[in-house]
Design a protein around this ligand. Structure first.
Ligand code: PLP
Length: 406
């Protein structure tokens, strides 16, 4: 082992970690000893189990512990074993992978889909694979980190990709960037536009109808990461586009996660035209050089989509809970951004304050996470309350009562 008293990295690591602790920004991993649900068992600081209300999971439809979703995973484990021990194109494709991909494509109303071990991987595959030198990529300033990294990687791997950024949801600035991109590239090259459907730290939604019509006007390709919209928005839970009266084919390329509303296990996907998806299968490094989605997770996710289609009332319950929670949080004197999503961020200011408030909430029996720098900019740290169809109005009342005590 290297000498930690002199090794430059060891010194740097201990200095950085001390800094996080001193500023109250150090993240402790909370251990949970029960399935994810409206109520979970946690271990408190002394290791004693304690039941708390969970308002920080992305388990939007309450499917993470649904008996059929759990059973589908168990059955897959028994039938297929732990996994393929392979990447997809060698010997890593089980029948459930194809069944899940066909189900996702049908669900979104697009030609094809392809799965990855996470949405992070799926999104990171897009631009380094599909963009070419001379293309332009236009991105919302509040896009998720996986989109930012996908664009960064593309500009390193494919030198000569033009990057453009517009202020969150600012459609005038977006059009300005489209105009600049059109001027910067020639007719042989593509303009890619990418946005989150639901902005994960704001709970606000992208203006997809305006983006679609501007993309058509400037000949651009519209990609949407709808990780927090899928299963949540629209009458049937198709996502942000359904909420805004659009169909799946109005979006050129989707990415999404299986690790939130659709079962909550893990996994992500790209969905769109057959050719775009096939290019990903042929050339994307996160699938060529990394294992397939575990088959247990594939089967659980497939079942989750089946349950969602069979029980659209889960989406209606979620919508009712979201409206109720916003109303009650506001009535308690807090400010919440108005939106139809299941993300209700309560802005509190400094990172350390958000962390201290979330600690106090946990003592009061409510599990809500405080987000600060570097996840959100300095000064706008927040408590992010996330609503689920698994919550009852009583759960929401209890969460708001705890907020009031702060
Ligand atoms: C908008 C968005 N995209 C992608 C991801 C990554 O999803 P996954 O956990 O499947 O990698 C997240 C997760 O936080 C997200 O919020």
């Amino acid at each position: 082992m290297t000498n930690t008293a002199t090794n430059p990295f060891a010194l740097r690591a201990s200095r950085l970690l001390k800094g996080f602790r001193d500023k109250g920004e150090y993240k402790h991993l909370q251990i949970i000893d029960s399935p994810m649900d409206a109520e979970v068992m946690i271990r408190d600081a002394s290791g004693t189990p304690r039941k708390v209300l969970c308002f920080c999971s992305n388990n939007y439809l309450g499917l993470a512990n649904h008996p059929e979703v759990v059973e589908a995973g168990i059955a897959a484990l028994k039938q297929y074993g732990a996994g393929t021990a392979s990447v997809r194109f060698i010997c890593g494709t089980f029948a459930p992978h194809i069944e899940l991909e066909e189900r996702i494509a049908r669900f979104l109303g697009v030609e094809a889909a392809y799965t990855f071990v996470s949405c992070w991987n799926a999104t990171e595959a897009i631009f380094p694979t599909l963009a070419e030198p001379g293309d332009a990529i236009i991105s919302d300033a509040l896009n998720h980190a996986c989109i930012i990294d996908s664009i960064r990687l593309a500009t390193v791997i494919k030198r000569g990709v033009h990057k453009f950024l517009y202020k969150n949801n600012d459609m005038a600035e977006f059009e300005e960037r489209l105009r600049e991109a059109r001027t910067a590239i020639d007719d042989e090259h593509a303009i890619w536009v990418i946005t989150d459907g639901v902005f994960s730290m704001e709970g606000s939604i992208a203006n997809l109808p305006t983006m679609r019509s501007l993309c058509d006007q400037y000949g651009a390709i519209l990609c949407v990461d709808d990780s927090h919209g899928t299963g949540v928005l629209g009458t049937t839970g198709r996502g942000t586009h359904e909420h805004q009266g659009m169909t799946g084919t109005d979006i050129d390329l989707f990415t999404g996660t299986l690790g939130k509303a659709l079962g909550g296990g893990a996994g992500g996907y790209i969905a769109g035209t057959k050719d775009a998806v096939d290019l990903i299968v042929q050339r994307a490094r996160p699938t060529l050089f990394s294992n397939a989605l575990p088959v247990t997770v594939a089967c659980s996710a497939s079942k989750a989509i089946e349950v969602l289609d069979r029980e659209p009332q889960r989406v209606a319950t979620l919508h009712d809970n979201c409206t109720y929670a916003r109303k009650e949080i506001r009535a308690a004197g807090f400010e919440v951004i108005e939106s139809p999503t299941a993300i209700c961020p309560v802005i509190v200011g400094e990172t350390a304050k958000a962390i201290a408030m979330s600690k106090r909430l946990l003592e009061l029996g409510v599990y809500v996470i405080g987000f600060g720098y570097p996840v959100v900019p300095e000064g706008v740290a927040r408590l992010r309350c996330q609503i689920s169809a698994a919550h009852t109005h009583q759960h929401i009342d209890a969460m708001v009562d705890a907020l009031k005590k702060l």
